[in-house]
Design a protein around this ligand. Structure first.
Ligand SMILES: [Zn+2]
Length: 343
């Protein structure tokens, strides 16, 4: 994420339910937070754009948002490919957004129903819909961050789409119609979507699983060779969220929401330098990125083999980070996450 040079700060009361005015605020440095303008008092917070991790909830109980309407001029747009992945009855088209986000346009090939997962902005999604002469039945959000919900209102207004998102963060999802929680199922055309609560990155994060299509949308919980930062949750919560994914079929495709793979691979090899699987994986990833090929989706099988955040018991990782052999997986996970934060 880039941070605009002239970012003003604003303060919003986090206890007030957010209404949908369509005006969203966003900190480009952290990727955090959205709030309708009507709830934001334009008090200057002063100084440069401090990381909201420091300001998320200050002693006075206010939340800090960077007030900036549009990406800064030097915002580098991604040039990643917009491929279509077809499997079973689902077709998923990768739509590159912002600098490194992916929105996913889903089509149930049996009924023709369409949905977009985590649209950070509306224009690239609209461009694909127009190109393919499609409408948009649903918008699915994994969590409230602006770079996952920024396109909600414009798309909803244009296509009359229904918005589906996490019940635990109902108040922070712009335009939400249907709130889902752990264990819920939801019908997307002929496909059944299962929901896991996966808090850690944010309080109300959900992960979406289409078992028949072997497709998992973990938002910012699981990345290719990585996991999301712990903005609103504890290592314990994040580890219990990630553990829910481990027993899924290894052939499950992981449609995460960012292209962070190359930097994740550097860390994954750094903490497990003797792993031949990881050495090989990093070579493959570097070759793909050198050719501008997107690395998402990956397969769960590949993540189980190399992703350090799914392998807290790995003796090689424990050795390189000085984690005792008898430490719990939860404590080892916390140490791995902390090492990544400093990497
Ligand atoms: Zn996020």
């Amino acid at each position: 994420m880039h941070c605009g040079a002239a970012v003003k700060h604003a303060i919003v009361n986090p206890n007030v339910a957010l209404r949908n005015t369509g005006r969203l605020y966003f900190c480009f440095r952290s990727g955090l937070a959205s709030a309708p303008a009507s709830l934001v008092s334009q008090k200057s917070y002063g100084g440069s754009c401090a990381c909201p991790r420091l300001n998320t909830l200050s002693r006075s109980g206010v939340r800090c948002y960077a007030a900036q309407q549009a990406p800064p001029a030097d915002y580098a747009r991604t040039d990643f490919t917009s491929d279509v992945v077809k499997h079973a009855r689902i077709e998923a088209q990768r739509i590159p957004c912002l600098s490194d986000n992916y929105a996913w346009l889903l089509t149930d090939t049996e009924t023709g129903k369409t949905a977009v997962v985590d649209p950070s902005e509306s224009k690239p999604v609209q461009a694909v819909l127009e190109q393919r002469d499609r409408k948009l039945d649903f918008i699915l959000n994994t969590h409230h961050h602006w770079d996952h919900t920024g396109g909600n209102i414009e798309l909803k207004e244009k296509y009359g789409s229904k918005i589906v998102g996490p019940a635990a963060d109902h108040d922070r999802i712009p335009g939400i119609d249907t709130a889902l929680a752990d264990g819920d199922t939801w019908d997307f055309g002929s496909l059944k979507m299962h929901v896991f609560d996966t808090p850690g990155h944010t309080k109300g994060h959900i992960t979406l699983w289409f078992p028949e299509a072997e497709a998992l949308f973990p938002g910012d919980t699981l990345f290719v060779l990585g996991c999301g930062r712990l903005f609103e949750g504890s290592p314990k919560q994040m580890w219990s969220s990630l553990r829910k994914m481990i027993p899924l079929p290894p052939s499950t495709r992981i449609f995460c929401a960012h292209e962070y793979t190359q930097s994740n691979a550097r860390f994954a090899l750094h903490v497990n330098p003797d792993s031949t699987a990881m050495q090989q994986r990093k070579r493959e990833i570097d070759a793909m990125r050198a050719q501008g090929i997107a690395t998402v989706p990956s397969l769960l099988r590949q993540e189980l083999e190399c992703n350090p955040f799914l392998r807290p018991g790995d003796p090689g990782i424990r050795r390189s980070l000085g984690i005792p052999a008898d430490a719990s997986d939860e404590d080892a996970f916390a140490a791995i996450r902390q090492a990544k934060d400093k990497f």
